[in-house]
Ligand binder design. Structure first.
Ligand code: NAG
Length: 218
């Protein structure tokens, strides 16, 4: 009986260990695999170009010193450096973004299906937060100042808002070459085709006219 319990614990630990491995990008099986972005092959990631043709520029990106244009409805702009912008990231399970915020600008609630994110503030101050999964849905948030670092665990809904009257800038690393972004408002209210307004009215416990109004914004 005791042996059975030990065996069960062993199996649970073994399988949870495997799950943790596959929850982020798979580990590479060669030194590098510079993405061949012109290939029409469909694989998990992007096919490699001939490694003998790899150049320093394949492992490089220029322009992250340039401010993003925050003249939009939310007042923020994400400049991604993922596998599309930096082909050498292919299979390496890591990427970077620059985020610019106008005064009081918001990077609205969103989630990255494939990445944990670690962020640091270069300029200004940001209210950051994430919400734990059901049933608690606990908001964990704080204000970050220049030099502060915060982590958003993989899959959880999170946001940042500039809480100052000057521009803010942040840099974030993500644990995927292609983290993906699901912006909650756009996904729920701006899908194509639209989710039925009576369905969303029931989900959000409001009148259909309110849903129509929000869907009209997207
Ligand atoms: C920023 O974006 C706005 C809105 O799209 C546009 O009108 C403006 O010209 C852009 N500014 C720059 C400097 O590109």
């Amino acid at each position: 009986m005791a042996n059975g319990v030990i065996m069960l614990c062993f199996l649970v630990l073994t399988f949870s260990g495997h799950y943790m491995v596959v929850a982020s990008d798979p580990k590479p099986l060669q030194d590098f695999c510079v993405a061949d972005l012109t290939s029409s092959a469909r694989v998990n990631g992007v096919p490699c170009k001939d490694p003998s043709l790899a150049q320093a520029n394949d492992f490089s990106f220029s322009g992250l010193h340039i401010s993003g244009n925050t003249s939009n409805a939310v007042g923020s702009k994400v400049t991604p450096v993922g596998v599309t912008q930096l082909p050498g990231l292919n299979t390496l399970g890591i990427s970077l973004v620059r985020i610019d915020y106008a005064p009081w600008g918001l990077n609205p609630p969103h989630t990255h299906p494939r990445a944990t994110e670690i962020i640091t503030v270069l300029e200004g101050s940001l209210l950051v937060g994430f919400v734990t999964s059901n049933p608690d849905n606990r908001l964990i948030s704080k204000i970050l100042y220049k030099g502060d670092v915060f982590v958003f665990p993989i899959g959880l809904v999170h946001f940042q808002q500039n809480v100052g009257n000057v521009n803010a800038v942040a840099i974030a690393g993500l644990s995927s070459q292609n983290p993906g972004v699901i912006t909650i408002a756009n996904t729920v209210f701006g899908s194509n085709p639209s989710i039925a307004n009576d369905l969303l009215a029931k989900a959000f416990q409001v009148d259909k006219t309110i849903i129509d109004q929000i869907q009209g914004m997207f």
